[in-house]
Design a protein around this ligand. Structure first.
Ligand code: NAD
Length: 490
């Protein structure tokens, strides 16, 4: 079956484009998919436009839309193993992690089914008895949903679920590297009853399949998750048509450990913070900020444990983390570490590919710790999006906050301390969209996610994640209109 889904039909690309998707763990062929060119994307935009302007979808009942989202959640839950397997083959991540992702995706669809039903608008007291005033929410229109490869289906669900809950139509463009679960999601949406044209899927690389989504006047909103450089390009591209834009970009997230923390727990979490999914996590705790008095002992033990991390493919039960997404991405991580060496960072472990011949065909890179870093170094400022931890030392609370905030990013961060007052003080001073206290990485669909500073614009998840997909309209109804005689009557 062809893999582009446009105006209610699966079809191949007009220009015949195709791409082989290979598992990053061993290079084996996962699937060959059709790849859209601008002509296909144009058809998808026009189909979404017609479905918004001419069908009853946007003005239909919220109840029906929410029921559809629940049916999609049911389908995802009942096909969990197929979906997780497809995700792992595309990304190389461990199967168990993909299974967790599917659980989270189901929760996201269910959350937005409930959130949309419970937030219809509000009545405004104008102080005038002759006026009925209310604020209502309406869909924005045609939404372009552009997603990355690290959590392909999860990032997609953060967009598709609120987009549909609010009554919009969409064109989804997943990363060209990881299209499989977007195809599955589209099938479940259709099975759940999504009307033709409301949801459209184009696959392919950004410039060929995605660029038109940012410039075409028929698109009202671009919701993008990806790298900072692409985000800047997109923001410029949407300017001439003044589209709404939501950006979830990169991070360079500090994990701050005070000497009074439970250091055993903090150490364990410091590993997960950075090495989960080999660091290919936007909120990865890539900067360890450690209080000077405990630094040596903490980092020595961290190095010992990082060296023990077992790498392997998605279906290797013993593996603790997997490969990087591609040869190109690994080359970027390698260049990043070399830059760190050049700047004087000390490579305490990793800093190379693994020796194990069994891993030589995949895009593996060893968990790496760069010691002796300062925030003036490029390795501290730039996102590696790989398994690379930089270590900086601080002397006190003010110093920790100053160093932590000293980047252009503001996505997430954590503070570890047994002093509750300090924990709250630091949390409120960190310029980041998410702060964990004595924890790292958890999120829930009920709570907003997004970046301060150059980590993004807008929010996903929570009610704010729904508001991104809604216009707000004030309706003023004068129930006893009377002549005013502001101007004379002649
Ligand atoms: P990327 O910017 O290379 O690509 C993201 C998406 O944009 C892909 O679908 C790509 O094809 C598309 N794209 C590229 N150029 C385009 C163009 N000109 N027009 C339209 N679409 C275009 O990012 P990536 O490498 O796929 O993902 C990694 C990045 O994503 C990291 O920087 C990471 O921090 C970020 N990320 C952020 C969050 C968050 O919640 N803030 C979550 C996950 C990933």
């Amino acid at each position: 079956m062809p893999e582009l889904y446009i105006d209610g039909a699966w079809r191949a690309a007009l220009a015949g484009g195709q791409r082989d998707i290979r598992c990053p763990a061993d290079g084996s062929l996962t699937v060959t998919v059709d790849e859209a060119g601008p002509d296909d994307t144009l058809d998808a935009i026009l189909a979404a436009r017609r479905a918004f302007d001419e069908s009853s979808w946007p003005s239909g009942s919220v109840h029906d839309r929410c029921a559809l989202l629940h049916r999609v959640a049911d389908l995802l839950a009942s096909h969990k193993s197929d979906v997780a397997r497809a995700e792992s083959l595309d990304t190389g991540k461990r199967l168990v992690e993909s299974e967790y992702d599917v659980d989270d995706v189901v929760a996201v669809f269910r959350f937005y089914a409930g959130a949309a039903a419970g937030t219809a608008g509000r009545v405004v007291d104008t102080g005038r008895p002759d006026v009925r005033s209310r604020v209502v929410h309406e869909p924005i229109g045609v939404c372009a949903l552009i997603t990355p490869w690290n959590y392909p289906l999860l990032q997609t669900s953060w967009k598709v679920a609120p987009c549909l809950a609010a009554g919009n139509t969409f064109v989804l463009k997943p990363s060209e590297l990881t299209p499989s679960t977007a195809i599955l999601l589209m099938r479940y949406l259709i099975e759940a009853g999504l009307p033709a044209g409301v949801g459209n899927l184009v696959l392919g690389a950004g410039p060929q399949a995605g660029a038109l989504l940012t410039t075409h006047p028929g698109v009202d909103l671009v919701s993008f998750t990806g790298g900072l450089g692409t985000g800047r390009q997109l923001m410029a591209a949407v300017a001439p048509t003044v589209k709404k834009v939501a950006l979830e970009l990169g991070g360079k997230n500090p994990n701050i450990v005070f000497a009074d923390a439970d250091l055993e727990v903090a150490l364990d979490f410091a590993l997960t913070a950075i090495f989960l999914h080999s660091g290919q996590v936007c909120s990865a705790g890539a900067r360890l900020l450690i209080e000077g008095s405990v630094k040596d002992k903490f980092v020595d033990e961290l190095v010992v444990r990082a060296e023990r991390i077992r790498l392997g493919g998605p279906f290797d039960d013993k593996a603790e983390t997997g490969p990087l997404i591609s040869a190109e991405h690994r080359a970027k991580v390698e260049a990043y570490v070399e830059a760190g060496r050049g700047e004087g960072a000390q490579v305490r472990c990793g800093g190379s590919r693994p020796d194990d011949p069994a891993l030589s065909v995949g895009f593996y890179y060893l968990p790496t710790i760069l010691d002796g870093c300062t925030s003036s170094m490029s390795v501290v400022q730039n996102e590696s999006f790989g398994p690379v931890l930089t270590v900086e030392t601080f002397v006190d609370e003010d110093d920790a906050v100053r160093i932590a905030n000293d980047t252009i990013f503001g996505l997430a961060g954590a503070v570890w301390t047994s002093n509750a007052g300090r924990a709250e003080r630091v949390a409120s001073r960190l310029r980041m969209g998410t702060v964990w206290i004595n924890d790292y990485h958890p999120y829930v669909p009920q709570a907003e996610w997004g970046g301060y500073k150059q980590s993004g614009v807008g929010r996903e998840l929570g009610v704010a994640g729904l508001d991104e997909y809604r216009e707000t309209k004030h309706i003023w109804h004068n129930v006893r209109p009377e002549v005013q005689r502001w101007f004379g009557d002649g």
